[in-house]
Design a protein around this ligand. Structure first.
Ligand code: ARG
Length: 471
């Protein structure tokens, strides 16, 4: 069969060239959006009097027929038709005859493919906000169940100060909140219509771009036709936002791997989210956490891949841009998989409260609090720091923890110590003493949970509203 663009050519395309330049193998993913865009385009051609209504109706019916064929898997896409746009147009012409050839009036594949990508990505962005909300929900459930769980907080992976485990989990809720905000904000840059830019310069037909934008629920149309067909910023921005989400997940993964080790034994991941070893019968491996951590690499790779494709690319459309798709699809699949697994994995995770409490009782993470105790008695903080440093050293040399010391032993280091020190050193007291906005005191964490639940309600409402808008 001849090419849709075959007129100017005297020779058949080399077989290898055909295969090398085709994108149908992956851009068939855009079939729904391609038809959606075409339906809006042809409606506009009718409304502007560029095509007679009877042609518009034939093309519309034809497009719906093609849509049905694709949905039922009844189309064999062909590499010789290169991409999804020409495969659909070809099928349309096969179905309704030469009138199908009128669809491409006033349009180019350059503004067409860009439109498809905008339509496609805005749906995914809304879905990702929903998935992140689900993960926050799982984290909040665990946080509420662990308002009484005290765990060492770390800096440099050394025990630093005791915190509520709920507080630790809420840090991730905050990170994912920023991810949600970034994705929501990106929607306004994705939701811009390129169609009508033609190949690069606009079109000679008296089209109405704003009508198409309205049909497709785009808030705006691109201001500049060259920019419209050659802008891939919105995809790079998405890949960057995805990289940030995966980076956050990978940090959590790393903690889950550590926490589920025998050495920590802070949590136990549910059997359904772990796998075994083919040789060592005792093993239960946190594969999901490891793999999400590992897959973060490919998501970064996709971001750098596309940044590099676009680097130094002259205006306007260049075939290089076809390389925007596979990385984007891959990032979407990778992140969908990660988020879908993560929420239930967090929700079903067993928290070993006893083990965490033991850890807190057997460390020096309450040292700052006795320093603060001395400060409250009037000692300058720097001197208090020195006194406690010496006290801790004494403990280490004598195989004791601070709570094991007698008052006489304390008094060797400063006569400002009194009985109340034993109360000040209790982990619960240490935690609740940090009663500052954003701190780990129980009341503060409870308030943080309430705020996060309110934010989550708004996120759910946003997803509800935008999943209708982006259809
Ligand atoms: N398959 C192409 C892409 O994804 C569609 C646009 C092709 N335009 C062109 N002039 N060859 O970028």
């Amino acid at each position: 069969m001849s090419k849709l663009w075959g007129g100017r050519f005297t020779k058949q395309t080399d077989q290898l060239v055909e295969e090398y330049t085709a994108s149908i193998m992956f851009d068939k993913e855009l079939a729904e959006e391609d038809i959606q865009g075409s339906l809006a385009h042809v409606a506009m051609l009718g409304k502007c009097g560029i095509l007679p209504e009877e042609d518009v109706e034939k093309i519309r019916e034809g497009l719906l027929k093609v849509q049905g064929l694709i949905r039922r898997g009844e189309i064999e896409f062909s590499v010789s038709d290169e991409d999804i746009h020409m495969n659909i147009e070809k099928t349309l012409i096969d179905e309704i005859g030469p009138v199908g050839g009128k669809l491409h009036t006033g349009r180019s594949r350059n503004d067409q493919v860009a439109t498809d990508m905008h339509l496609y990505l805005r749906k995914r962005v809304v879905e990702f906000v929903g998935l992140l909300g689900k993960l926050q929900e799982a984290l909040l459930t665990q946080a509420k169940a662990n308002l009484d769980t005290i765990v060492p907080g770390y800096t440099h992976l050394q025990r630093a100060q005791p915190i509520l485990f709920a507080h630790h989990l809420m840090a991730y809720v905050s990170m994912f909140e920023r991810d949600i905000e970034r994705l929501q904000d990106s929607y306004k840059r994705i939701n811009v219509l390129p169609l009508g830019a033609g190949a690069l310069a606009g079109t000679t037909f008296a089209i109405d771009r704003h009508f198409v934008a309205q049909q497709l629920n785009f808030d705006r149309v691109y201001e500049n036709s060259l920019d419209a067909v050659s802008d891939r910023d919105f995809i790079i921005e998405f890949l960057s936002n995805a990289a940030m989400v995966m980076m956050h997940l990978s940090r959590f993964c790393e903690e889950l791997v550590l926490w589920s080790s025998t050495e920590f034994h802070f949590v136990e991941l549910d059997d359904a989210f772990c796998t075994g070893s083919s040789i060592m019968p005792q093993k239960k491996n946190p594969d999901v956490a490891e793999l999400v951590r590992g897959k973060t690499g490919r998501v970064y790779g996709n971001l750098f891949g596309l940044l590099t494709v676009l680097k130094s690319l002259p205006l306007a459309y260049n075939k290089d841009m076809q390389e925007d798709k596979e990385g984007m699809f891959d990032t979407i699949r990778t992140m969908q998989g990660a988020l879908q697994l993560f929420a239930p994995m967090v929700e079903t995770m067993k928290v070993n409260k006893e083990r965490m409490r033991q850890a807190v009782n057997q460390d020096f993470s309450n040292a700052t609090d006795i320093a603060d105790f001395l400060v409250n008695k009037g000692l300058p903080f720097r001197q208090a720091h020195e006194v406690i440093g010496k006290t801790v050293l004494y403990c280490i040399q004598n195989n004791k923890y601070l709570l094991d010391l007698s008052l006489d032993e304390f008094k060797q280091f400063s006569d400002l110590f009194d009985d109340r020190i034993y109360e000040v050193l209790q982990p619960q007291q240490v935690v609740n003493a940090r009663n500052v906005y954003g701190g780990t005191a129980t009341v503060q964490v409870e308030a943080a949970i309430t705020r996060a639940e309110q934010a989550l309600e708004q996120t759910v409402a946003w997803v509800d509203e935008y999943s209708k808008k982006c259809k």
